[in-house]
Write a protein that binds this ligand. Structure first.
Ligand SMILES: [Fe+2]
Length: 367
């Protein structure tokens, strides 16, 4: 057996951990930050609270769900204009993606557009990531998903420079996330852990992280969906999503994420819902060739079989109102969708090869 596992991000975890920002910055010698934050935190006082206790020189909130290079250019100018030496990213995946890209752009002579289409530099300003959803794992990955909205291009950019220096994971930041986003983010995290476990590139460290993540995420997801203020369940979700992120950061994901990109591009599904769409299906399909390992995972998690785990995911999707059929997402051409899914590069990291015809037949039977 041979493997490599690298995880360069310092992790500060706990309810209220956001108050540690100032001491984290001081310990690393960072003098002045720009805070890239979801707009909701500017309105609800959380950003003000952070600015009152840490040396934050400016707050940038001008971006949407798909952060693009125009926003990054503006944010990078804000960083340069106050001479900041680090970027703090507070929010869901969008804020963290933009924060990471901004930190690179602010330290580069090239424009955000040139960086987006060209070769990424090896380093930028340090990022402190403060996730406010439990899902993406972006706080511990070297990926930034960015868009060029003017040309309709959206792509995940991968660079070791995108690993944050520090992740401050405070479950209290997720208390106000609405139920639908909570559910979709949580199913995304479950997908990260399962895909890290069953993908071709899996290793013993990612296996262990994935199993621990799933043990936290499965029991907590319905609880946080029904009661967003349940801090114990929110804590389990934040920790589970963090561990799932650490599991898939080096292995990448597989078929579920391969399918999620066409589902989002062709049928406009949010990322978490797009992952949930095929997750229960791939638990069954991938268990056909990974029977022993999937059996061991199910055993450890209290499922009687992969079919039992698949049923539980389907139940969670029903309970949380996810769209589950081709009709529900407005798809009347299963083969066209399946061809896009089968051609996605992440499909090569799946343990089972799935031709488009087989995928189309499986998609058509989703209920
Ligand atoms: Fe994901």
């Amino acid at each position: 057996m041979e493997f490599r596992y690298k995880q360069p991000v310092e992790i500060v975890f706990g309810a209220g951990a956001r108050s540690r920002l100032a001491s984290v910055m001081e310990s690393r010698g960072y003098k002045r930050a720009v805070l890239v934050a979801d707009g909701v935190f500017a309105k609800n006082g959380i950003a003000d609270g952070i600015c009152a206790t840490a040396p934050v020189a400016a707050v940038f909130t001008e971006f949407g769900a798909n952060p693009d290079i125009t926003a990054a250019e503006k944010a990078a100018s804000a960083v340069r204009s106050v001479n900041a030496d680090c970027v703090v990213a507070l929010g869901g995946g969008s804020a963290m993606d933009l924060g990471k890209f901004t930190a690179l752009a602010a330290a580069s002579d090239e424009s955000a557009r040139e960086l987006f289409y060209g070769k990424l530099p090896d380093n930028g300003l340090p990022v402190i990531a403060m996730p406010a959803t439990a899902g993406t794992g972006s706080e511990v990955t070297g990926v930034s998903v960015m868009s060029d909205a003017a040309h309709g291009v959206k792509k995940p950019l991968v660079s070791s420079a995108f690993f944050p220096a520090v992740a401050i994971v405070d479950p209290e930041l997720t208390l106000t996330v609405p139920p639908s986003v909570t559910a979709a983010s949580g199913l995304d995290a479950i997908a990260h852990a399962l895909e890290a476990y069953w993908c071709r590139a899996h290793n013993p460290v990612s296996d262990a992280l994935a199993q621990k993540a799933l043990g936290l995420l499965f029991p907590a997801l319905e609880r946080v969906y029904r009661d967003g203020k349940d801090i114990a369940a929110r804590t389990d979700m934040s920790l589970g999503a963090l561990l799932a992120g650490m599991a898939f950061a080096p292995t990448r994901t597989a078929a579920v994420h391969a399918c999620s990109y066409p589902l989002s591009e062709m049928y406009n599904l949010p990322h978490g819902e797009a992952c949930a769409f095929t997750l229960d299906l791939f638990v069954r399909l991938n268990s056909e060739c990974e029977a022993e390992r999937m059996g061991a995972l199910c055993n450890a998690l209290g499922f009687s079989s992969p079919a039992d785990m698949s049923d539980e995911i389907a139940r969670l999707k029903r309970v949380t109102g996810m769209r589950r059929t081709l009709a529900a997402i407005g798809c009347d051409d299963a083969l066209a969708l399946a061809e896009e899914c089968a051609a996605h590069p992440l499909m090569n990291n799946n343990p089972v090869a799935l031709p488009a015809e087989r995928l189309a037949a499986e998609f058509s039977q989703l209920k």
